[in-house]
Design a protein around this ligand. Structure first.
Ligand SMILES: [Zn+2]
Length: 264
């Protein structure tokens, strides 16, 4: 299997260096995973990467529908004649692909793995032969995934991490950031990091002792992060608190935006 990456020109706080668009398969049968933002420059870069390997894109695969991953899909599929597959059919002509479905790209067979958490429609794609995982935003490198309720769900996310851990991937190709060469250890670090955050969130809310909105505990827990990220961090804190409520360890005492919680 050959894997090449085309970096989209959309760097930001949330996308890191930009979205990774992957070309997978061989020669005249390539799958393009996550075409990325609908930018003419990015489409040109994908096309020249395909030309450089004398290839042809026959399948366009989406890991999820967020605006840094999906918008170029329709145009790329139209220009190349490729079929477009996504869990959420959307409005761009995608055909449905579901958990366990397989897609052939040359000699490579990719299996779709439903991994809700970052987004409810999130799929990873796994090549069992090489033990390589195309992780979308389920596992990133150099940054953490924002889990933003209600479409983002921390309970689902933790279960989905166990799901990809069970695949024992050697290599992870993330939606943002560099290739991860110690796949299993990286997922274990991810799980440990989330559990540590969960404990910090529970402890910070418990110590306040009054109905607490997610943003109230962000400066303390995310002290090492730039303030520009605090609003996003508050989304993940809310996701942690919603999970704690489900686990019977917190109470949601006020609905609304933002909701407020008590622990202990
Ligand atoms: Zn993304």
């Amino acid at each position: 299997m050959s894997v090449s990456v085309v970096l989209a020109p959309n760097p930001s706080l949330l996308t890191g260096p930009g979205t990774n668009t992957y070309l997978v398969g061989d020669g005249d049968d390539l799958a393009c995973i996550d075409p990325g933002p609908d930018e003419p420059e990015h489409l040109r870069n994908i096309e020249s990467a395909v030309r450089a390997q004398h290839g042809r894109v026959r399948t366009v695969l989406l890991t999820h529908s967020h605006p840094d991953h999906r918008p170029l899909a329709r145009r790329l599929a139209e220009q190349t004649g490729a079929r477009l597959l996504a869990l959420d059919p959307g409005d761009d002509g995608a055909q449905p692909i579901r958990d366990g479905d397989t897609v052939q790209a040359g000699s490579t067979m990719l299996r779709a793995v439903h991994t809700p958490g970052h987004a409810s429609d999130h799929l990873c794609y796994f090549d069992a032969q090489s033990a390589e995982l195309f992780a979308g935003d389920h596992v990133l490198s150099g940054m953490t995934t924002v889990i933003s309720p209600p479409d983002g769900d921390m309970s689902d996310y933790m279960e989905s991490l166990q799901r990809v851990l069970a695949l024992r991937p050697a290599v992870i190709h993330p939606g943002h950031g560099r290739t991860i060469d110690d796949g299993v250890a990286a997922i274990e670090r991810y799980i440990a990091h989330r559990l540590e955050r969960e404990a910090q969130v529970a402890e910070a809310v418990r110590r306040r002792g009054v109905p607490t909105a997610p943003i109230d505990v962000v400066p303390e827990i995310y002290a090492a992060y730039p303030e520009a990220l605090h609003a996003f961090a508050a989304r993940s804190v809310q996701a942690h608190l919603d999970k704690l409520v489900r686990d019977g360890r917190a109470t949601r005492v006020e609905e609304g935006d933002p909701p407020r919680y008590l622990v202990g």
